[in-house]
Design a protein around this ligand. Structure first.
Ligand code: SF4
Length: 395
């Protein structure tokens, strides 16, 4: 395997035997193969546009499949073959439509013609042939920019997927995902050309973030300054990690009146500032610290754990039975909630002891979104002018 897509990468250069994140060589190969299938689909999508054929029905799929290959999202190898096959199914159906519209019979691109093998083991072998280092002759600067682009596209896909879950989409974002994947395969691209595409990816990512902001604030209100307890409240407990606000909302609804307090972990912390989430009285506080400390902290957690989006690390044996995944998240041997019926999580929390007493570990403030900040902009500017504020810290 070779993967250098994140800051955890081994020795700062690349994971070659096993991912520092816990990604096995098999999962790495299947993720590479899924990306290859998405690239092939993208190639056909872009060709389709030239013939006036546009099919938006698999946009969500493309975003989800791309997001699935991000760091700490899905480590369950069983979940990849269906996605790989689906990408090829969409691609072939689209080719048929393009042909009917007067388009080409064949495509001068290997990814656009790739046929998935019949078993996982064979797919792993196919994936090993299409990874990051599969084309050693490529100009290293161009190659580096193309990989940077791919990682940017994964980020765009993640935001686009979260926004789409809450009903916010923009075809421009999906169009760029397809264009970007095609650019990432271009054999004779120049450095200048690729710098341009990478910068465009940043621009599109801002649009995706805008969509996500509209989705989150539209559904849950603008965050307001809120004090979040860092201790515990006596009683049964569930901790939620990741950053899928919709999953958190569904869990809060399903746990209402059940005597369970809901805590956040890691990147879920800011959710306490949203009015439509903080209104739940059993949405209590924040447990632990950052996502990468989860193994140590989850071992001590006396309730059920729900992982959303991209934070999961290899669970310790001591909490393997208490942890659940949902959405695109997956880990071999961890129970996955497919249909957003969180009953198994709730039952597990009720079985477990919960916190035996109240503990006070202080609190932290959240809720300083752009709305809250701009509402006090005048006062802040005056305070700067008066010398009462001398430093700004960005977190
Ligand atoms: S995603 Fe995992 S395997 Fe890839 S560089 Fe990061 S830690 Fe290594």
């Amino acid at each position: 395997m070779f993967c250098y897509q994140c800051e955890q990468t081994a020795g700062g250069t690349g994971c070659t035997r096993f991912g520092v994140c816990g990604k096995s060589p098999e999962v790495a190969a299947l993720q590479d193969l899924l990306l290859y299938a998405v690239k092939g689909l993208s190639y056909v999508v872009v060709e389709g546009r030239r013939h006036g054929v546009v099919d938006t029905s698999f946009n969500r799929f493309t975003a989800e499949a791309t997001f699935s290959t991000l760091t700490n999202v899905n480590f369950d190898k069983e979940r990849f073959p269906p996605l790989i096959k689906k990408a090829v199914e969409y691609r072939e159906a689209l080719k048929k439509k393009i042909k009917e519209a007067g388009g080409p019979e064949g495509y001068d691109n290997r990814a656009a013609g790739f046929v998935p093998a019949g078993t996982i083991d064979e797919m792993v072998k196919q994936g090993a042939e299409v990874g990051v280092l599969s084309d050693p002759d490529r100009d290293p600067d161009v190659h580096s920019l193309q990989q940077t682009l791919i990682y940017g596209l994964k980020g765009v896909a993640a935001y686009a997927d979260h926004a789409a879950i809450l009903g916010q989409e923009d075809q421009k974002v999906y169009d760029f995902i397809y264009d970007g994947f095609v650019a990432s395969m271009k054999p004779n691209a120049t450095v200048d050309e690729m710098v341009g595409v990478v910068l465009k990816c940043g621009e599109i990512n801002l649009r995706a973030m805008e969509l996500l902001d509209a989705a989150n604030t539209g559904h849950y209100g603008h965050p307001v300054p809120t004090s979040v307890p860092l201790g515990a409240k006596k009683g049964k407990a569930i901790v939620v990690s990741g950053h899928d606000l919709h999953d958190l909302e569904l869990l809060l609804k399903q746990t209402e009146g059940k005597g369970i307090n809901v805590y956040t972990h890691g990147e879920m912390l800011p959710t306490h500032g949203y009015p439509e989430l903080k209104k739940y009285s059993h949405f209590y506080g924040h447990y632990g610290t950052a996502w990468q400390n989860q193994v140590r902290e989850f071992k001590e957690f006396p309730g059920a754990i729900l992982m959303t989006t991209n934070c999961i690390q290899k669970p310790a044996e001591s909490y393997q039975d208490n942890i659940f995944t949902t959405g695109l998240v997956g880990y071999d041997g961890v129970q996955h909630i497919r249909d957003k019926d969180f009953t198994p999580v709730i039952e597990k929390a009720l079985e477990m002891p919960g916190f035996s007493k109240d503990t006070d570990k202080g609190s932290v403030m959240v809720g300083f979104g752009h709305n809250a900040v701009m509402n006090v902009a005048g006062a802040v500017i005056d305070a700067v002018k008066d010398g009462k504020i001398r430093h700004f810290f960005i977190v």
